[in-house]
Design a protein around this ligand. Structure first.
Ligand code: DHB
Length: 400
């Protein structure tokens, strides 16, 4: 079996890449290790940058997003009971969209299957091989996989894209001495909930309290999504619904008593650890890494999906140029162009995370720094604009 681009991983990065390539007339096969139901039910982040929305429009995955997504012009910080509003639309002329990653993935899968293009679920990639060496059209790279019926197969490809997440196999095909990694692990996690409760405000609230971080988000006019900072290793079932609501109320309260929390039945609870990670370069020979396979951000600011989408936009046009005219310059520049935006996302996610969380060893000095940081956002339009620009998403290198 043979294809032009073998895409390891059927998350948002792999699926969107397959669509962007298809639009350029380039054949690909997407191999996903999990069953379709699992891919479509995992709760992930929910904020799409403007450029991410554009990319979904480009491939025709925008109908449900336009019907049910919630455009947001701004968001608020609540730090030690003080509130600061960031009016993104006014400051940057751009908004973001609340539309869950789960829903994005459902639409990309449905569209792919409708087109009759290849997307294999329950398919475990065993090895990515023969990626060393120059680009060629001879199908020299090799992906070995086990299909859902247990049989082993070989797929030959001109290039392989590793979009199989942080724990994926693709990155392991790169020899240790050909990659440099950067990493930070945080001393806290997020307890995330979904609840049948109308959002407590029209916009998202990012809060810091001496008990730690809280975030109020939403999935629809009747569903709240919220997060609490908890110690690493926390068992989600150790928090009762009432304890969760009480703690969300405590951490998001305003000093003047003007904020009230809507409560309702909690339908999902899970705990997510937090990590920053970058592997560079994002290319080794005929293998290109994209999304979480190459980089991870802590969730604060919701950059993970958006960075993955930016990667595959760069990659799709570079592969397109190479197939069309033999021009390899886009593929040669891929890692550098993508990493420039990745590091902006790393810095922004780290800034939002450290400003808003309380480290286990935090002291009053840290609390004063967080409060001063908030007041800087409130008092400096220049600084607030910078936060807004990062939140709504920065252009790719060379884009304006
Ligand atoms: C959501 C997640 C985030 O990490 C964030 O910064 C904002 C919203 C969410 O899941 O809705």
């Amino acid at each position: 079996d043979r294809t032009t681009v073998a895409i390891v991983g059927g998350g948002p990065a792999g699926l969107l890449l397959a669509h962007l390539l298809h639009r350029r007339g380039i054949d690909s096969v997407v191999l996903e290790s999990r069953p379709r139901e699992r891919v479509e039910s995992r709760q992930r982040a929910g904020i799409l940058e403007h450029g991410t929305v554009d990319a979904l429009r480009e491939v025709g995955a925008d109908a449900r997003m336009d019907e049910k997504g919630l455009p947001h012009d701004g968001f608020a910080f609540h730090v030690h009971g003080e509130r600061v509003h960031v009016d993104m639309a006014e400051l940057t002329g751009r908004a973001v969209m609340i539309w869950a990653q789960t829903e994005v993935v459902k639409d990309l899968i449905a569209l792919r299957l409708e087109q009759g293009e290849r997307l294999l679920f329950d398919t475990e990639v065993l090895a990515v091989e023969k990626v060393d060496g120059p680009l060629s059209r001879d199908g020299e790279a090799l992906v070995r996989y086990r299909s859902d019926d247990g049989a082993e197969h070989e797929l030959r490809a001109d290039v392989v894209v590793g979009a199989d997440g942080f724990h994926g196999v693709a990155r392991r095909a790169v020899p240790d001495d050909a990659v440099r990694t950067y990493e930070r692990v945080y001393p806290y996690s997020w307890l995330g909930i979904l609840a049948d409760a109308p959002p407590s405000s029209d916009e998202l609230v990012y809060a810091r309290h001496e008990n730690g971080f809280a975030l109020l988000s939403m999935r629809s006019p009747s569903v709240t999504r919220a997060y609490l900072q908890v110690p690493n290793g926390t068992d989600p079932s150790s928090w009762s619904d009432e304890e969760i609501w009480d703690e969300l109320a405590t951490r998001t309260a305003l000093g003047d008593g003007s904020f009230t929390l809507n409560r309702g039945p909690i339908t999902d609870k899970s705990v997510t650890p937090m990590r920053s990670f970058v592997a560079e370069p994002m290319r080794h020979g005929r293998l290109f890494l994209a999304g979480d396979a190459a980089h991870i951000v802590p969730p604060t600011g919701a950059k993970g999906l958006n960075l993955a989408v930016a990667d595959v936009r760069v990659l799709a046009s570079a592969i397109g140029a190479w197939r069309e005219s033999g021009d390899e310059s886009g593929l040669d520049a891929y890692s550098e162009v993508a990493l420039r935006r990745v590091w902006r996302g790393e810095h922004f996610s780290w800034t939002m995370t450290t400003m808003l969380h309380r480290a286990p060893d935090a002291d009053p000095f840290d609390e004063q720094l967080a409060l001063s940081h908030l007041r800087l956002i409130a008092e400096s339009t220049a600084y607030r604009t910078s936060i807004a620009e990062n939140y709504r998403g920065v252009p790719l290198a060379g884009e304006h």
